[in-house]
Design a protein around this ligand. Sequence first.
Ligand code: ADP
Ligand code: MG
Length: 607
Amino acid sequence: MPIQPLPSHLINQIAAGEVVERPAAVVKELVENAIDAGSTRIRIEAEQGGMRRIAVSDNGCGIPRAELPLALTRHATSKIASLEDLEAVLTLGFRGEALPSIAAVAQTTLASRTARDEHGWKVQLSPGEGVPEPRPQPMPVGTQVCVERLFHQVPARKRFLRSERTEFSHLDTAARRLALGAPQVEFSLSHNGRELWHARAAGDQHQAEERVAALLGEEFIAEALRLDYTGQGLSLRGWVARPAFSRAQGDLQHVFINGRYIRDRLVIAALKAAYSDVLHYSRQPAYLLYLTLDPRELDVNVHPTKQEVRFRDGSRIFDTLRRCVCQAVAEPLPRVDGEGGVARTDGSSLSGPPAGAAEGIQGAGLSATAVRLQPASARQLYAEHAPADPLRLADAVTEQLPMAQEGVERAPPLGFALAQIHGVYILSQTEKGAVLVDMHAAHERIVLEELKQRLHGQPTPSQPLLLPQSLSLQPAEADRAEEAFELMQQLGLELRRTAETQVEIRAVPVLLSDYDHVALTRDIISDLGQAEALDLHRLEFALDRALGNMACKSGSIKAGRQLDRLEMNALLRQIERTPRSGQCNHGRPTWIELSMDSLDRLFLRGR
Ligand code: ADP
Ligand code: MG
């Protein structure tokens, strides 16, 4: 065949293959146009999963009569006019191909009215037909697009559509996602004539959370921690779920960049890294995040559906995302003196331990002398079991002194220890019920956080090894390690390449000199092998992971050890103060709460 230009109808159908693969994609394109038009109210209606009919109406700026045919013409757009515009694009659309693509595969009616018009104008066209003359149409200011019988004339594509239920479920997901991306806009969705949900515009934080609850579920917002960060030339806001709210699938991961829903590898990896320390590897974190940055830092013109982006400085984005989210999920327990604390003037209130349960912490009965003795005995007890790590178990005890002296106690969040169960769990009574703590898991986290804090706080002093130790590596691994030598030195780890496959450890961070530094170094190097770009944050991250393994192997209270109440309470107080203490270093929970309500339910009380 000779080379010949494709007829425009066919070009549009080919383009449709990229942007409209199912009803949900039609909704996405139409709603994005409505958002770009500055609408404050958008109504979505679907019939038969959207296969029979999709109608989207908005109260945006509308399209003037003279431009209606252009709106349906390929590569015609009001959103960009030059390359500079494209480089700084803030609208969701800019390619000018959605409406013509949709009109190429479905019967399409476009009606619109601007604020200047006395009435609206409407065009109606079927696949393969040209755009007819607009006809007058009574309507409010805004735009109404109706798409009927999708793929009716393209049987090859129609065969790929699934059941009404499946198609509608995709459509619903797409609509909720669009509503999440534009919190300032009121949305509603109906199916087969019935309204399924309605999301009001979010004016303040409370409304914003209500809206998220309506769109993503009450549980998400109940388990979510708020995040609000500005710096590094960007802003990051939203919610990240506590690690305990993890899921088997990554279905509750929403990231909007400049208002656009993005499913980007780098972003997902950064978030995964942020949780890696607190989440079991088989679980997926849940989050809803809004990242705003200078549009010139971002190339959105990578993919027709624009779900992928390219960052000018991916490494900075990766690190900022990881660090912000990591910090947010590290939130320790609510402070003891925060809301929910109960004033206790005697040992008898529900929130406190029963008489005699918590030696040494019993209100005014505690004498200063007694307290001064306790750190020593605690230290001694501790030294027997954790000689390698000078943990501050004693400090935790001393800290209870002011609380006692004030004469008014507040029930700490993890309550007071009652007993140890089989040397593995601590049972504690709290204000709301009871808590079970996995001693070993909790202590592991405390040790890790302490190591991290000491190591990252200051320039790290290192201790030369009397006999440098050799490490055999794959040549590529050794190359990779060599790139990071200088950075490692900043962390007190001094390495030297001695051969193609040999690296020598010459000095280690003082804090870690008692640990197995060959294993530690090996862990760090293997972790570096997976990182895209090397920098100090990445290295610290690798070090943290290696420390996690260390903390687990050494220095942590092993299950099976007997603790007295004093030690148990000291451990509870330490957990309360430690970041990320809800999970051990492998992401397993360290404690669980059994509320009175749930206990009552177990015993069918009050039924
Ligand atoms: P793009 O969104 O990439 O510009 P579309 O094919 O989706 O391309 O839309 C073409 C043009 O039609 C838009 O640039 C806009 O000017 C106009 N348009 C489409 N939908 C609406 C709407 N709901 N309100 C106002 N204008 C619209
Ligand atoms: Mg568009």
